[in-house]
Write a protein that binds this ligand. Structure first.
Ligand SMILES: [Fe+2]
Ligand SMILES: [Fe+2]
Length: 130
């Protein structure tokens, strides 16, 4: 079973961004699948790199959209994107010797995507779709 199931609450009405969110959920799920199957180190690091690349591209796109809409909460949203990328990089270092706590990884990944989505992306989309 996927760590994060896509549900309609993740669909916010901007096709390209919705598609990128689906891709991010997929990258999170693939990463967790690697962790669960015990393929630590190299494969997990590769999956973290893939997540970082997808996230960086998506965040740049979202930031471009925020700027074109003169979005009032740009600074806080942008700062949270930087935090998320830093966390993925930090996790790559932590996983150099393997993942010793699958549950902690699951909790981090869920919060990594869903926490940011609820706090920052949902309000953004309400503005740009309005
Ligand atoms: Fe965002
Ligand atoms: Fe997003």
């Amino acid at each position: 079973m996927a760590l994060i199931e896509w549900t309609p609450e993740f669909s916010l009405g901007v096709d390209e961004l919705d598609e990128e969110h689906r891709d991010l959920i997929e990258a999170v799920n693939q990463l967790y699948q690697q962790v669960r199957s015990g393929r630590y180190q190299t494969t997990v690091i590769d999956a973290l790199e893939a997540l970082h690349a997808s996230a960086a591209a998506h965040f740049a796109h979202e930031e471009e959209m925020m700027q074109s809409h003169h979005y009032a909460d740009y600074d806080a949203h942008h700062a949270d994107h930087r935090r998320l990328l830093t966390e993925v990089t930090d996790m790559m270092y932590q996983c150099q010797d393997g993942v010793d706590d699958d549950e902690a990884m699951a909790n981090w990944l869920r919060d990594w995507f869903c926490g940011h989505f609820k706090t920052h992306d949902a309000p953004l989309h309400r503005v740009i779709v309005a």
